[in-house]
Design a protein around this ligand. Sequence first.
Ligand SMILES: [Zn+2]
Length: 87
Amino acid sequence: MAAPRYRCTACGNLTRFDVTATRTTRSFHHYTVGGELQVEETDVLAEHIDDVRCRWCGTGDAVVEMAPEEQLSTVEGGAGADAPPAE
Ligand SMILES: [Zn+2]
């Protein structure tokens, strides 16, 4: 599931947003014999974006979701959605 990109039409912000979302996920909880938990293979079964706010303006009044063709024309931020988190 690709995350949408947003744009604040008030200040032009493309990169900093507070996104409030409700997700239903299923993951593989892998315990060691000692009871230490490692959560693996998290699948997002459902996702609802509740609120998107511009970090700079502090409100979501002017934030719009970018159209897919609009996203392709912007400089790619290297968003590897399928890549494991680098820690
Ligand atoms: Zn803004």
